[in-house]
Design a binder for this molecule. Structure first.
Ligand code: FE2
Length: 425
């Protein structure tokens, strides 16, 4: 007897009428009209069954702190960093834990079951590190939380940051972070990249740096990140987050840069919701779009994920853990409107970030972890269009969240009584 079977599912690769059977927390069988029975037998009615959403870039230490102690007036990255600096001394471990656990509840409800979160290591107390290590354990049964040691104020610029970053890694933080464009000079930025990549290589860890999150086309730390990734044999273990300066770089230089990123096996993580609002603030018109060159990176063979980055914090006042909202914005800002490009936007919040995080057993194949989300949509493109309702969220074969199907009741004479917004058959 199996634990769970979801019948008549559509899968992201286009297969229809598939039954997905689960035993002991793993996918046991996939096929049409499986002749098996299970404790729970659910008719998915042709809706899309996807592996869960994955957020490759988030800040869980600041989430849900919007308005504390005040709001960001200019809307810029730099005021956000200053505001976070005002908030930091007043933080308590309990408050960080409570906000993070609240956010994880939102995430589960939205089918977001793996998050890579940066955690600021520039507070000498390492209060946020302790808090999020605790949260990582608390949520483990239902959400994979990966932590990045992030020197928000610059690993070289901020006194003590380097030893605090090492301490955070000793305490069990998973990934080495950085912020080269916030160091004092370009040279110091490059030096920070070298230093941090060497720490990762020595410790056998992954790297994920905030890199070139600026409108300055001369901010070229991604080149240095690619260089050291290759020099140290870190291919496949390094990600450059944001990379927004690429939107303003000279095309000739980018034509050299893209193959370097590809050769070095460096992944790119764009954060469309945040960067469309933070970047271009010094422009009049025309005003730059604040996102890296997503279609060009994908065409060059680089793994590109979309991250949420922030939800209700000093940098961003909106958000609800909805990775389909992230994909929707990424699609628009990147003009990724072709059918294949729209499907790639769905992959940028599912399979690609799962690969970047190195999630074991992720996917909809026999033997994979039974982590899944049933969406009120017929295919990945419709899921993005509708920011589709998460009808069911499954973790290790257990249903952990349900949301009723979205349906509006109409009272129009001569028309149907209800409408669901899905494409008519
Ligand atoms: Fe970030």
């Amino acid at each position: 007897m199996l634990d769970l079977i979801l019948r008549h599912c559509t899968l992201p690769d286009g297969r229809v009428d598939q039954d997905v059977a689960v035993a002991q927390g793993r996918i046991a069988a996939i096929g049409t009209a499986l002749p098996v029975s299970a404790v729970q037998d659910i008719d998915a009615q042709g809706q899309l069954l996807s592996p869960p959403f994955v957020d490759a870039h988030f800040h869980m230490d600041s989430t849900l702190s919007y308005g504390l102690p005040r709001v960001n007036q200019s809307g810029t990255l730099l005021e956000g960093i200053a505001l976070w600096g005002e908030l930091k001394p007043t933080l308590t471990q309990d408050a960080i834990v409570e906000r993070a656990l609240n956010y994880c509840d939102w995430a589960v409800a939205k089918g977001l079951l793996a998050i890579r979160s940066h955690v600021d290591v520039c507070d000498p107390r390492l209060l946020a590190v302790e808090a999020l290590l605790h949260v990582r354990e608390r949520v483990k049964p239902y959400l994979d939380l990966q932590l990045v040691a992030f020197p928000q104020d610059g690993v070289l610029r901020c006194p003590g940051a380097l030893s605090q970053l090492q301490r955070a890694l000793d305490m069990g933080v998973d990934v080495v972070g950085g912020i080269p464009h916030f160091e004092r000079t370009m040279a110091e930025g490059a030096e920070s990249v070298r230093l941090l990549c060497e720490i990762a290589a020595e410790r056998g860890l992954q790297v994920d740096m905030h890199c070139d999150e600026t409108d300055d086309p001369m901010s070229r730390h991604i080149e240095t990140l690619a260089f050291h990734s290759q020099r140290l044999g870190l291919q496949g273990r390094v990600a450059g987050s944001h990379l927004t300066s690429m939107h303003s770089m000279d095309n000739y230089y980018v034509s050299k840069l893209l193959p370097l990123i590809r050769e070095a096996g460096v992944a790119a993580i764009a954060n469309p919701l945040i960067n469309i609002t933070l970047q271009g603030r010094h422009d009049s018109y025309p005003k730059r779009r604040g996102m890296t060159r997503v279609p060009e990176l994908i065409a060059a063979g680089v793994d590109v994920a979309f991250g949420h980055d922030c939800v209700m914090d000093p940098w961003y006042s909106l958000g609800s853990a909805d990775m389909l909202e992230v994909a929707h914005m990424g699609l628009h800002v990147g003009q990724l409107t072709g059918r294949e490009a729209m499907r790639q936007c769905f992959e940028a919040v599912t399979t690609v970030p799962a690969r970047i995080l190195g999630l074991a057993g992720y996917g909809l194949d026999i033997g994979c972890q039974a982590d899944m989300v049933l969406l009120q949509a017929r295919d990945p493109i419709e899921a993005i269009r509708l920011r589709a309702t998460r009808l069911l969220v499954v973790r290790r074969g257990q249903i952990v969240a349900r949301t009723p199907a979205q349906e509006a009741q109409l009272t129009l004479p001569g028309r149907a009584a209800s409408v669901q917004f899905q494409r008519p058959h």
